[in-house]
Design a protein around this ligand. Sequence first.
Ligand SMILES: CC(C)(COP(=O)(O)OP(=O)(O)OC[C@H]1O[C@@H](n2cnc3c(N)ncnc32)[C@H](O)[C@@H]1OP(=O)(O)O)[C@@H](O)C(=O)NCCC(=O)NCCS
Length: 130
Amino acid sequence: MPSQNRKAVRIPDLIINMLPKDTNGTGKNVFGGVLMHYMDMAALNAARKVCCSTIVTRAFENILFEAPIHVGDSVYFYGSVAKVGHTSLTIELEVFALFTGTKARKVASARCIFVAVDENERPTRLEMLN
Ligand SMILES: CC(C)(COP(=O)(O)OP(=O)(O)OC[C@H]1O[C@@H](n2cnc3c(N)ncnc32)[C@H](O)[C@@H]1OP(=O)(O)O)[C@@H](O)C(=O)NCCC(=O)NCCS
């Protein structure tokens, strides 16, 4: 693959195939709480690519469920750094769902704020990777 094409490919921070156990009461659509579980994980994976501190989730902002996710969908989570603070790191998260033979559709987004903590679980200076 030509190098400029490889650069254009965005690597997901998490891919999950949704199963019947992930649904809400309809038995068809994915439960929002299940998606939030994976959003937290994906944002952590994105944060770990850029920082080397022990971090904990401090806040989720602007969580938006934009379209339903169905059983059988493959769900792709993409995180990017939105802000680097003194002790905090904000990850912008976008979520897309894809079913065989269909175009990926955006289904959710959020901002996740992590805080670097020391051995006493108190905020400490965020250490970024070089
Ligand atoms: C994370 C924790 C150590 C932060 O301690 P704290 O004394 O409350 O820290 P502060 O509120 O002063 O915030 C620390 C940083 O987070 C930022 N922050 C805090 N709340 C925020 C919010 N709602 N939105 C954006 N940023 C926020 C602050 O701006 C600060 O960033 P900076 O140093 O880069 O400027 C503490 O709240 C905690 O232990 N929370 C539980 C974490 C956890 O268990 N997460 C898993 C959930 S089950």
